[in-house]
Write a protein that binds this ligand. Structure first.
Ligand code: 9D3
Length: 230
């Protein structure tokens, strides 16, 4: 799968994809990440990418021309399995189901918004989808693009060493069922600063361990994500 990122901060992406699962996926040839500098598609001396909002108001807005020129030069042909995704605070919510749906694409082109926003003609006539990663205010789409790529990349068959992407059908698929959060985990030492690992986990009774983990998963969900229980 090929991920394209269109941004005014190409250096931002030197870090996020240089480690771990995404790096291994790249090295194995299972995915490719291509960072594109939006300013390459400006035609004025100052490489202008933004302008003042019509109707007045705070801040600046990304101009449509460089964005359309960039997408049309990266993809001279739009194909059904190539999707343009606009990262914006006003998009639909990104979640595991959206990530799963993106694994069916051959290529994604992620447009990182900046300033107060992006000219609405980009959302209307250039992007196939408009995505927010959560209900909080970021200063731009770059962190969101990195989140989307990380989440989708690990679902690509082979990237995690898993060929069965069906095992990742839902966010809460932990083996406990019922859409619960994962249960807590412990490792050695069995006692640390006087805090003991639950005895059940040490006794080798796998049926009892399974029931215990499910109980803890329910308790954890009730505490931190009661919305998942309704
Ligand atoms: C309410 C007026 N503005 C906030 C002071 C709106 C606004 C404009 C631009 C809010 C955020 C941004 C920049 N954010 C993104 O481009 C963005 C984002 C986000 O802020 N939150 C969650 N997901 C995303 S994806 C892109």
């Amino acid at each position: 799968m090929i991920f394209h990122v269109l941004t005014i901060f190409p250096e931002f992406f030197e870090g996020p994809f240089a480690h771990g699962v995404v790096k291994r996926g790249k090295d194995a040839g299972l995915l490719d990440i291509r960072i594109h500098n939006l300013r390459e598609w400006t035609s004025d001396r100052h490489k202008t990418v933004d302008d003042r909002p019509f109707g007045g108001g705070e801040g600046m807005v990304l101009k449509p021309e460089p964005l359309f020129a960039a997408v049309e030069s990266i993809w001279p042909e739009r194909q059904p399995e190539r999707k343009v995704v606009l990262l914006s605070a006003s998009g639909r919510s990104f979640d595991q189901a959206v990530a799963n749906s993106y694994t069916r694409e051959a290529e994604l082109l992620l447009i990182c918004g900046r300033y107060e926003g992006v000219d609405e003609r980009v959302a209307e006539h250039l992007a196939d989808d408009e995505i927010s990663i959560g209900n909080y205010v970021l200063s731009g789409g770059e962190l969101a693009a990195a989140v989307v790529i990380d989440t989708v990349a690990r679902l690509i068959p082979g990237v995690l060493g898993n060929e069965t992407s069906a095992a990742f059908d839902s966010f809460q698929d932990t083996g406990h069922g019922e859409g619960l959060l994962d249960c807590p985990h412990w490792t050695r030492p069995a006692e640390f600063r006087g805090w003991k690992v639950p005895e059940v986990l040490l006794n080798g009774n796998h049926e009892e361990i399974r029931r215990f983990r499910k109980k803890l998963a329910r308790e954890k969900t009730a505490r931190w994500r009661p919305d998942l229980l309704v």
